[in-house]
Design a binder for this molecule. Structure first.
Ligand SMILES: [Zn+2]
Length: 195
C-alpha cells in the first residue's frame, strides 16, 4: 500500500488537487456544477474514492466506519484553517491521529537509486489510517503560507501550493480559474460599453 505522489487533478471526476492526500480527503465535499457532493457519503462511494486515492482496502476486518470518517474530515477541515493561520491544533485531533498511526507499522528498505523506501502497514481502518499518516508527514514539513482556499468564493476546495512561486489561486483552471477569466472579460466589456 503505497501512496503515489501527487499527480493530476481529476480522477474519474473526483478532485485530487489538494497537493496532499489528507487535503484531498477534506476536499471530498466539492461543489461540482452547482451541486454539493459527498464523495465518501456511501460505502460504495468511499471504496471508489479510496481506489482512486491509491489506498488499498484489502481486509474486511478493519473497515472504515463512515461516521468516524465524516468526523475525521470535519476535524481536518478545521485543522487546515488552523495550520494556515499558524494556530495550534486541538488536542482531540492529535489524539485521533496518534490513535490511528500508532496501530500502523513502518518497514524501510533501500530501493532503486539507493533511496530509502517506506512501506506502511495500516493496523487500523485503511482510509482513516492512510489519511492520518499523510497528515502526520505533512505536519513534519509544511509552510503555512502555502495553504489556501480556492479564490472562487463559491468553491469549497482547498490546497497546498507546491509551486515554486506559491502563486496558485484556483483549485483548477478548468473549474474556477477560467470562470474568473470569463467574468473579468465580461466585466471589462460591460464597463467599456458604458463609456
Ligand atoms: Zn475552485
Amino acid at each position: 500500500m503505497r501512496q503515489e505522489p501527487f499527480s493530476g487533478e481529476f480522477r474519474e471526476g473526483m478532485p485530487f488537487l489538494g497537493g496532499s492526500l489528507w487535503i484531498d480527503f477534506v476536499n471530498t465535499t466539492p461543489i461540482i456544477k452547482g451541486e454539493l457532493l459527498d464523495l465518501i457519503g456511501t460505502e460504495s462511494a468511499l471504496s471508489h474514492w479510496a481506489a482512486q486515492a491509491n489506498i488499498g482496502t484489502p481486509d474486511t476486518e478493519n473497515r472504515d466506519d463512515p461516521a468516524a470518517l465524516h468526523a475525521l474530515r470535519a476535524q481536518l477541515a478545521d485543522a487546515f484553517d488552523r495550520l494556515a493561520a499558524s494556530e495550534p491544533l486541538p488536542a482531540d485531533l492529535i489524539a485521533t491521529i496518534n490513535g490511528l498511526i500508532e496501530r500502523s507499522s513502518v518497514r524501510r528498505r533501500i530501493g532503486a537509486g539507493a533511496a530509502v523506501e517506506e512501506h506502511v502497514e495500516y493496523g487500523g481502518p485503511p482510509v482513516a489510517s492512510a489519511v492520518a499518516w499523510d497528515f502526520a508527514h505533512f505536519l513534519d514539513a509544511f509552510e503555512h503560507q502555502r495553504m489556501r482556499h480556492c479564490d472562487n468564493p463559491a468553491c469549497t476546495m482547498q490546497f497546498y501550493d507546491v509551486g515554486k512561486n506559491n502563486r496558485r489561486r484556483w483549485c483548477t483552471m478548468s473549474l474556477c480559474g477560467n470562470r474568473d477569466k470569463v467574468a473579468q472579460y465580461r466585466e471589462r466589456k460591460a464597463i467599456a460599453r458604458q463609456h
